[in-house]
Design a protein around this ligand. Structure first.
Ligand SMILES: Nc1nc2c(ncn2[C@@H]2O[C@@H]3COP(=O)(O)O[C@H]4[C@@H](O)[C@H](n5cnc6c(=O)[nH]c(N)nc65)O[C@@H]4COP(=O)(O)O[C@H]3[C@H]2O)c(=O)[nH]1
Length: 719
């Protein structure tokens, strides 16, 4: 159905009564008091009256003309009688009788005393004539002017038309009036009337016919016009109320017909415009919906984005405050997501995030908000938490759902997550505080070994304050030269000779004792201290290598760890080149240890960097192999010399057939690629035997020695 046009977003206008519209409605519905048809019929009536009046006038004039003619004839006749009577005064009676015989005219002659001197009715002779009620006879005899009058008497009860003319004593106009001739001209008038009666009927009939014609024509024309106008009126009213306008058929090619055609065109144009407007409105709505989706949802996962999160969080906090409710902010972070991204590529990383988003959605209620704030950082908002203890159940459910295996790029992965939780109003009353505290809890969960969750507690806050203190302590230790390098030997599996060493940082803290690099290296990474610290390590290690060589301790291959942050530092190549040049170390005796994930993060850059190091003559080793997701085939692309089997595979070699198979496979494949294989974390003789028997080239671990100061190592070599 054709709808009335309503502008989008015009709901206020729609809802508010429009007084003008009410007026228009009332005016439109008001009955027509004196319409076009009534006016036209009134005009037709007036025309008919005019025609009838004209006809009457014509007839009246005609009758008047007949009367005039009759009078004229009567006067002439009477005058000729009067004239003749002058000469026949003695034989008046005979003359009058003769006239009656001749013309059949009733006339009589009176003297000045109005005594009848001659009359066709002889009985009247000598009688005084008194039937001229207006004294016309006497007046004519007085002034000589002929007069007509109507005589009503016993003889002529219906009235007789009389003409009186003066009779003189000589045939001259100035002769003395001696009497008067009175001639009845009723018959003359009647005869003239009879002669004209046909014409009079014709005029009357013509008048009536014209009247009838005008009436019928007017009635029909007005009906036609008003029907066209009424149809137009109804169509316009229906159209204004939303009914589609029918195509009206013009009845005539006149102005109304033209108006009808113009209306048809206008209605069709309006309908088309309306449809276009409707389409545009729909398109505008769709565009607005798309903008809304883009503005408030995360493109990759379809979850709420940061903007939407901020909006809904503000609302949720306001409601929680108003109704005295608790709400929970749950921060979810995927463990080692960066590794997946770096080793399997961004597309695999995106697929993983989508999969994780779907799992989170499945675990949560409709009323919960799930947002992705960026990277692998997910936030859940649980708006009505009556028992905060139950959040533990929710967190466990989430961890279980997230950690079930998934297939990516043909490989089966198990990705775990860590969760931090803060609760309103216990842990904060505004979003920044709640988020900060949930982050602190998350950090704690990661510290606790990942794949777990932690609630915020003020103690954790203390922990983060402690961490800040730790950061500045580390910086001070570095600045004050408290950090040292120890060297852990790598021995040849074949004969147990020390082939090289790995330089490892040590921090002997005056209060805390020896601080593990596993604790302070990640902090140095996060603060960026690792870059100058790494430069210092490299320089120290190179100087030590040169010193041992010079002192005859031995020409050992010095292995130095590079961290991810160092590896992505754009000055790394220049720094290494400068240190090599400055210390004079033989590049062939310097090995840089990098991890798989560092290589995979930006393959192009890694390739060109490694190619540069190779040109410089350095050795390159891949550390902790087996913990990432790359394959040996991937490594073929890089110019590396050594592969270090992660100590996780070495640790359980004796008890785990699986680890044995993995270690065996890594050694076999590395050998087939011509790589030198080093096993880390070797602690027992059976491990030594197993690895040596499988063809591992070098061994490193507490079985041989932990990392020791330079002097101790020299002594070790001197033994
Ligand atoms: N359980 C066990 N552990 C063994 C055994 N043999 C060696 N280790 C330990 O294994 C780690 C080997 O270094 P990493 O894998 O590169 O792992 C290193 C390395 O990633 C990092 N690191 C240490 N020094 C530096 C450095 O100068 N620069 C950088 N970038 N990272 C460093 O800190 C990590 C930890 O270093 P450390 O605590 O010195 O721990 C060292 C070493 O003490 C063994 O038989 N059993």
């Amino acid at each position: 159905m054709f709808m009335s046009i309503v502008h989008p977003g015009d709901s206020a206008a729609r809802a508010a009564p429009d007084p003008a519209a009410g007026d228009r409605q009332t005016q439109a519905d008001r009955p027509i008091a004196f319409g076009i048809r009534a006016r036209m019929l009134a005009a037709v009536g007036a025309a008919c009256v005019t025609v009838l009046a004209l006809t009457g006038t014509v007839i009246a004039v005609q009758l008047d003309a007949i009367e005039t003619a009759a009078r004229l004839e009567a006067r002439n006749l009477a005058a000729s009688v009067a004239y003749s009577a002058t000469f026949n005064s003695n034989a008046l009676q005979a003359y009058v009788e003769g006239l009656d015989d001749l013309y059949k005219r009733d006339l009589f002659i009176v003297d000045r005393e109005r005594r009848t001197m001659a009359d066709i009715l002889k009985s009247e002779l000598g009688e005084i004539y008194r039937e001229d009620r207006g004294g016309e006879v006497e007046a004519t005899m007085r002034d000589g002017v002929p007069r007509g009058f109507v005589e009503i008497s016993a003889q002529h009860p219906n009235g007789a038309k009389q003409m009186v003319v003066p009779m003189r004593d000589a045939p001259r106009p100035d002769a003395r009036i001696v009497g008067a001739v009175v001639l009845e001209y009723t018959d003359i008038a009647l005869q003239l009337f009879e002669a004209e009666v046909g014409t009079l009927y014709l005029v009357g009939a013509a008048g009536l016919a014209a009247c009838l014609g005008i009436g019928v024509f007017g009635f029909r024309v007005s009906g036609r016009i008003t029907r066209g106008v009424r149809e137009l009126h109804q169509a316009v009213r229906g159209f204004s109320r939303g009914t589609p306008a029918p195509a009206l058929m013009p009845q005539d090619r006149d102005e109304i017909g033209e108006l009808t055609l113009a209306f048809n065109t206008m209605a069709a144009d309006l309908q088309r415009s309306y449809l276009e407007l409707l389409l545009e409105t729909e398109m505008a709505k769709e565009a607005a919906r798309q903008v809304e989706i883009l503005a408030y949802s995360d493109k990759l996962t379809g979850l709420a984005n940061r903007t939407q999160y901020a909006r809904l969080m503000t609302q949720a906090l306001a409601e929680a405050a108003r109704y005295g409710r608790r709400l929970a902010l749950v921060v979810v972070d995927l463990d080692r997501f960066k590794n997946v991204n770096d080793t399997l590529g961004h597309e695999a990383g995106d697929a993983l995030l989508r999969d994780m988003a779907a799992r989170l959605t499945q675990c949560m209620r409709e009323s919960d908000l799930i947002a992705r704030l960026g990277g692998d950082e997910f936030v859940l908002l649980l708006p009505d938490v009556d028992q905060p203890e139950r959040l533990g159940t929710v967190a466990r459910k989430l961890l279980k759902a997230l950690s079930s295996p998934l297939r990516l790029e043909g490989q089966e992965l198990r990705v775990t997550a860590s969760i931090g939780i803060s609760v309103y109003p216990d842990d904060g009353t505004d979003e920044p505080t709640l988020m900060k505290h949930a982050d602190i809890a998350l950090y704690q969960a990661k510290e606790d070994g990942r794949n777990g969750f932690a609630f915020y507690s003020p103690a954790l806050n203390r922990h983060s304050i402690e961490r800040l203190a730790f950061e500045s302590e580390l910086q001070r230790a570095f600045d004050q030269g408290q950090l040292q390098l120890h060297y852990q030997p790598k021995v040849l599996a074949a004969d147990g000779r020390i082939k090289g060493v790995e330089a490892l940082l040590r921090w002997p803290h005056p209060d805390m004792g020896a601080v593990s690099p596993a604790r302070f290296i990640p902090v140095a990474e996060e603060t960026g201290l690792i870059v100058p610290l790494g430069r210092w390590v490299l320089e120290q290690a190179c100087r030590q290598q040169v010193a041992w060589k010079r002192e005859g301790v031995g020409d050992l291959v010095m292995a130095v760890n590079l961290s991810a942050r160092q590896f992505s530092d754009e000055n790394l190549f220049d720094d290494v080149a400068a240190i090599v040049a400055a210390t004079g170390v033989d590049p062939a005796s310097l090995e840089l240890e990098i991890t798989e994930s560092m290589l995979m993060r930006d393959i192009e850059r890694a390739m060109s960097l490694l190619a540069g190091f190779k040109r410089m003559g350095l050795r390159l080793a891949v550390d902790d192999f087996g913990t990432g997701y790359s394959s040996l085939a991937n490594l073929k692309r890089f110019p590396i010399d050594t592969l270090k089997i992660d100590r996780a595979f070495v640790r359980d070699l004796e008890g785990s057939g699986e680890d044995q198979a993995i270690a065996q496979a890594i050694i076999t494949m590395a050998k087939s690629l011509g790589l030198n294989v080093v096993a880390e974390g070797v602690e027992t003789l059976p491990q030594v035997d197993f690895l040596r028997d499988r063809g591992c080239d070098e061994l490193q671990g507490f079985y041989f020695s932990k990392a020791v100061p330079a002097g101790e190592l020299a002594a070790m070599l001197g033994r």
